[in-house]
Design a protein around this ligand. Sequence first.
Ligand code: ADP
Length: 207
Amino acid sequence: MADSSNTNVVWHSGLPHEERWRLLGCRGGTVWFTGLSAAGKSTIASALERELVRRGVHAFRLDGDNVRHGLNRNLGFSREDRDENIRRIGEVARLFAESGCVAITAFISPYRADRRRARRIHEQAGLEFFEVFVNTPLEVCERRDPKGMYRRARAGEITDFTGVDDPYEPPEEPKLMLNTAELTVEQCVERCIDMLAEAGMIRRGEV
Ligand code: ADP
C-alpha cells in the first residue's frame, strides 16, 4: 500500500483546533468503546450519542456497520485487514475530534497495539481519547448472541472469531469499565456522561 511518508505530501496547517473550538463553542475528543461481540458497545454508543446530541453536544458514532459498508468495505477479517480497519477508524475519529465533535467508536478492537496506536494518533494531535472497556463476561455475550455469531463460530462456520478462536486483549488502564451484566444501558450512559463532564468535555450547562 502507498505510504504518504514516502511521497511529497505537504501537510497544510490551518486553523488550530483550540481556536476552532473556541469560535464554535465546542470541544472535540474520542470515546473509544472496546469489548467482545455482543458486550453492548453499539447499544451504549448509540444511547450515548443520542444523549449527547439531546444536550446540544455535537457527537457522532462510528461503528462496524457504517464503516465496514463504506470506508472500509475493501477490508476482510484477516489479521492485517483488522489492523487496517482499526487504523483507519482511529484516523477518522481523530479528524472528527479535531473538528470539534465527540467521536464515538464501537468496535471490538481486540488488540492492545491497535488501540494504543489510535490513542497515540489522538495524543499527538493534543486530543482527548477515552478508552471505555465494555467488560461483559463471555458467557453473557454468548447467551445474548443477537446475530447468532457465537453459535456459528462454535459450529466452526466462522473462524478467527474474537473470544472463541481469536484472542481479546483487555485494556490495562481503561478510563472506564462497564459490565453490562450488572448495569443497565441508562447507567452505562450516565457513567460515560460523568466521565466526559469530569474531563471538561461537556460544559456544566450541558450536564
Ligand atoms: P456489540 O456492539 O458489543 O457487539 P450490541 O450492542 O450490538 O453489542 O449488542 C448487545 C446486546 O445486549 C443487545 O441486544 C442489547 O440489547 C443487549 N443488552 C442487554 N443489556 C444490556 C446493557 N446493560 N447494555 C448494553 N446492551 C445490553
